[in-house]
Design a binder for this molecule. Sequence first.
Ligand code: NAD
Length: 472
Amino acid sequence: MRNFDQNYIDGAFVAVTGDEVVDIVDPATEAVVGQARLAHRDDARRAVEAAMRAQPAFGRTSVAGRVAMLDRLQAAMLAHAGDLLEATITEYGGPVARAQWVANDASQCFGDAARSLPSYAFERRVGASTVVMAPVGVSGLFAPWNSTAGTMASKLAAAVAAGCATVIKPSELSPWQAHVVARAIHAADLPPGVVNIVTGRGVDVGAEIGTHPGVAKLSFTGSTPTGKLIARGAVDSMKRVSLALTGKSASLLLDDADLEAVLPLALAAAFMNSGQACVAGTRLLVPRARMPEVVERIRSAVAAMRVGDPRDPATTIGPMVSRAQYERIQHFIRRGLDQGATLIAGGEGRPDGRDRGWFVRPTVFADVRNDMDIAREEIFGPVLSVLPVDSEDEAITVANDSPYGLQAYVFSADADRARRVAARLQAGTVLINRVAPDLLAPFGGVKQSGVGREFGVMGMEAFLEPKTITTA
Ligand code: NAD
């Protein structure tokens, strides 16, 4: 049994003062594997105050000093990759291959930030003035449960690069993963108060960070409804706000696509992270004439997917994070059936042979219309909707007919044609014939998928503000 009852505040692990204790449940077995005491609003306040004390000196550190800190963070995260792997598998149910990627990716963002920092022009001449890109100030960083370490690390890398002290609020569903990241950060030996971590519920700990007048900037990753609450709460003290929110990504299979080559990519996009991914390509738009062939290929590919023990390297789809998430997915599968979509793989209930664990059957619906719930709402599980379309124009119209616009995918044998299609898609990112993200390029949403960009130099700029100095 693991026990987590400390926050990380002012460079030290200190006892949580909150009195709510939650079980940590292994989603693959439903066994209680630990407990966590959740932080209280007062803990959040102490964390903000520590960051406020650290900010003035940290905001004046040299670029070389911050590069050294980022290098230490990268090394420390790498040194904790094994612990993070264990936590991600046991607490979250992440399949080992994905969990390994998470552990490495979390360290990589610090290295990327360290390498891009020295060439950044913090001071420029504009007109007759000097413009200084100054750190915005104490920053509240919010992470969701489906990407705990990655979100904590990528936001922290950008904030440290910019010179902002931080208070991080991981999800109450991931105290173990958050604790491992906290230990890594502590090992990196940053000045006290530059990083503070309080794991608690959104309604008190999150709300305290989100409205505290000492916090200048909020960088939030999570669902669109919570993002709206964050934005409303931030306005009174005019905090700068970046929101990375819900997605319902479209994958466009153009009529010239080589199915043998690209269908595995489209399925990887749909089922990545066991479907619990904001960027999952869960609306696959297929030329009507190619539907029979696509359906056949999908049937056999999904039949070959391994759902099960996340520790088994052959597993591609692990359990959902919690009973609530399992139930949510079952609800959407029932909605798909009720609204008349054609089930071609999977369906309700657990996979055969499993009576414990929050496992769902990888599920694919064909003949989906874009007005069905399964096409409009983010399911956040391994459920793919296949929509037939009659032309490239219709595919673009259907792709854009969504309140969301995070990441789209285009699959085609003709890269120029794919780029022309990409230009017409309403999405923050379009990946052509690939699924892997470019972690140096800006990432974020349009429409209700968010505001602002993360990653790379533009991600750091979200923590900077231009200050104009004009001399007589
Ligand atoms: P969520 O919105 O429930 O929670 C996100 C974070 O906000 C958590 O730390 C939570 O405790 C906190 N929170 C909740 N209520 C709050 C409140 N009232 N005030 C302040 N903080 C509050 O999201 P989730 O269920 O943890 O994560 C899944 C969602 O995140 C999905 O919609 C997914 O698409 C989205 N997501 C988006 C991206 C992206 O980059 N766009 C990445 C990962 C996940």
